[in-house]
Design a protein around this ligand. Structure first.
Ligand code: HEC
Length: 430
C-alpha cells in the first residue's frame, strides 16, 4: 500500500514538473475560491487510431450542416461544460497548447482563457455602447494532441520543441470556445448563454467606454458568456486547397428551448481562400466559391473579406484560413491581410502545410518569391503553436541579447522582441 502511495506521489511530482516545463502563467487572484485552471498536457503517446471520426463519412460540401453538427457533437461529447476541465472527459482525451500562459494576453488563471479581439462599441448593435473584451480557450482532439506531444516532448526533458513532427494528420480537430464580456443587454443573441468566470482586464475608473489595454490593466474576475465556437478540421478531402476546413457556430439566444448547447447555430465553413476573388471583383458582385456562409446574424454585412467565411469576433478584412495560413516559424508576417488587394492577395493564396507563408510583400518583393519563403517553416495553420513557440523562445533567451542556438534556430532577444536566424519575428496579436 505504502509503495503504491509513493509511486503515485512520484507520478504527481513528475507531472507537475512536466507542466512547469510546458507553460508559465499567472497565479489565481487573491481570495479567489472558484475554479482554478489546470492545463491538460497528457498528450497521447501513440497515434490514437481507435478514436472514431463520424464526420469523415459526410461530405462537407454537399451536406455542410450535417457535417458541422456531427463535428460539434464530437467536440461536446463527454466535456465538462461548466469549467471545461479537459481532465474530466471520460470519452476522449483533449489537450491544450503548451506555452500559451505568458504575456499580457496570455492564459488567465480561472479557466485558461486568452484575450482575443475586442468588440468595438456598436459592433453587436446600437444597444452595445461600450467596447467589450473577448476571451477564448482552444482544445485539441487526440489526433492533434498526439502531434503536440511529439513537438513538445523533449521540452519536458530540457530540450527544444521539434517541428519535424508537423503537419497535423487528417482527423485533427481543434475547438475554440470564445466568451464575451458583452451581455444580453448588448444583444438579445446572448440571452441565456452559458457563463464562465475569467480573470480579465479591468476598466479604470470614470466609465471609460474603451477596452482596457492588456499591457497595463490589472486583471480581476468577471463573468463572461459563450458567443462563438470555432472548429478547425484537418481533412484529407481538402488536400488540394489548404487541407483544413474552418467553421464557426454562434450562440443564438433568440432560439426557443431550454438547452443552451442546442442553441449553437452554424455560421458557415471554408476549405479554401478563393485566391481569384479580388476586392474589385467582389465589389462587382462576385462571390466566394470556397466558403459557404449560412447567415449574417442579422447584422446586414458579411463577416469575412468579400463574403468569405469568418467569425463574429474576427477582423472583417480577413477570413479564417487567411489568418491561420500565416502561421510559420519564425512568424515573419502579420496574420491579418492589409487593406490594399495588390498586397492582400498574398493572404488569400491556397497554401497547404508544405509551404510557409514567407515574408510580407513590399515594394520590391512578391509573396511567392523563393527568397522570401526559404527561411521559414510552415506551422500547418496553427497560430497557437506560433504563440507557444514564441513564448518558449522568449523564456529561454536572456535579455542581454546573447544568441542561443537551438533546433528552432539561433534565438536572440531584444527586450520583448524575438529575432530568429536574424529574422525579426512579429507578435501574433490582433
Ligand atoms: C484575424 C486573424 C484570425 C482570424 C480571422 C481567425 N483566427 Fe483563429 N486564431 C487566431 C489567433 C491569433 C489564434 C491563436 C490565439 C488564441 O487561440 O487565442 C487563433 C486560434 C484559433 C484556433 C485554435 C488553434 C490554432 O490554430 O491556433 C482555432 C480552432 C481557430 N482559431 C479557428 C478559427 C476559425 C474557425 C476562424 C473563422 C471563423 C478563425 N479562427 C479566424 C487568429 C485568427
Amino acid at each position: 500500500m505504502r509503495a503504491v502511495v509513493v509511486v503515485l506521489i512520484i507520478q504527481l511530482l513528475v507531472a507537475q514538473a512536466a507542466a512547469g516545463a510546458l507553460d508559465r502563467m499567472e497565479a489565481a487572484p487573491k481570495g479567489w475560491h472558484g475554479n482554478v485552471f489546470k492545463q491538460s498536457f497528457s498528450f497521447p503517446k501513440r497515434p490514437p487510431i481507435a478514436d472514431s471520426h463520424p464526420w469523415e463519412a459526410i461530405s462537407y460540401r454537399h451536406e455542410p450542416k450535417r457535417y458541422l453538427e456531427t463535428v460539434l457533437s464530437y467536440a461536446l461529447e463527454g466535456q465538462d461544460r461548466n469549467n471545461w476541465r479537459l481532465q474530466d472527459n471520460r470519452v476522449r482525451r483533449w489537450t491544450h497548447m503548451p506555452w500559451m500562459g505568458p504575456g499580457p494576453t496570455g492564459r488567465e488563471s480561472i479557466h485558461g482563457l486568452t484575450r482575443e479581439r475586442d468588440f468595438a462599441a456598436g459592433e453587436l448593435g446600437a444597444a452595445q455602447t461600450e467596447c467589450r473584451q473577448n476571451w477564448a480557450v482552444a482544445l485539441y482532439n487526440p489526433t492533434g494532441g498526439y502531434v503536440l506531444g511529439q513537438i513538445w516532448r523533449s521540452v519536458v526533458r530540457g530540450g527544444a520543441p521539434d517541428l519535424i513532427h508537423l503537419p497535423f494528420p487528417a482527423g485533427t480537430v481543434v475547438v475554440k470556445l470564445v466568451f464575451t464580456e458583452a451581455t444580453s443587454d448588448d444583444t438579445s443573441l446572448l440571452a441565456g448563454a452559458p457563463e464562465i468566470d475569467a480573470n480579465i482586464h479591468t476598466k479604470g475608473e470614470g466609465g471609460d467606454p474603451a477596452c482596457p489595454v492588456a499591457e497595463i490593466a490589472p486583471r480581476t474576475p468577471h463573468r463572461l458568456r459563450l458567443i462563438q465556437l470555432d472548429l478547425a478540421i484537418k481533412e484529407a478531402r481538402a488536400d488540394y486547397k489548404t487541407g483544413w476546413v474552418f467553421a464557426s457556430f454562434f450562440y443564438n439566444g433568440r432560439k426557443p428551448g431550454n438547452d443552451p448547447w442546442a442553441k449553437l447555430e452554424p455560421i458557415g465553413l471554408m476549405w479554401g481562400n478563393d485566391p481569384y476573388l479580388s476586392d474589385a471583383d467582389a465589389a462587382a458582385g462576385a462571390k466566394p466559391i470556397e466558403s459557404m456562409v449560412f447567415t449574417d446574424l442579422g447584422l446586414g454585412h458579411a463577416l469575412g473579406r468579400s463574403g468569405r467565411m469568418n467569425g463574429l469576433v474576427d477582423e472583417r478584412s480577413s477570413a479564417c484560413s487567411s489568418c491561420h495560413m500565416a502561421a510559420q516559424w519564425p512568424t515573419a508576417a502579420h496574420m491579418t491581410a492589409p487593406a490594399k488587394w495588390s498586397q492582400a492577395k498574398c493572404w488569400f493564396r491556397n497554401l497547404d502545410a508544405r509551404y510557409p507563408f514567407g515574408l510580407e510583400p513590399n515594394a520590391t518583393t512578391k509573396c511567392a518569391d523563393l527568397p522570401t519563403t526559404s527561411a521559414m517553416v510552415p506551422l500547418d495553420f496553427s497560430l497557437q503553436l506560433a504563440i507557444g513557440l514564441r513564448n518558449w523562445s522568449l523564456a529561454h533567451t536572456s535579455s542581454s541579447g546573447a544568441v542561443r542556438r537551438t533546433p528552432l534556430g539561433r534565438l536572440r532577444r531584444e527586450g520583448d522582441r524575438l529575432i530568429v536566424n536574424e529574422v525579426q519575428s512579429v507578435e501574433v496579436r490582433r
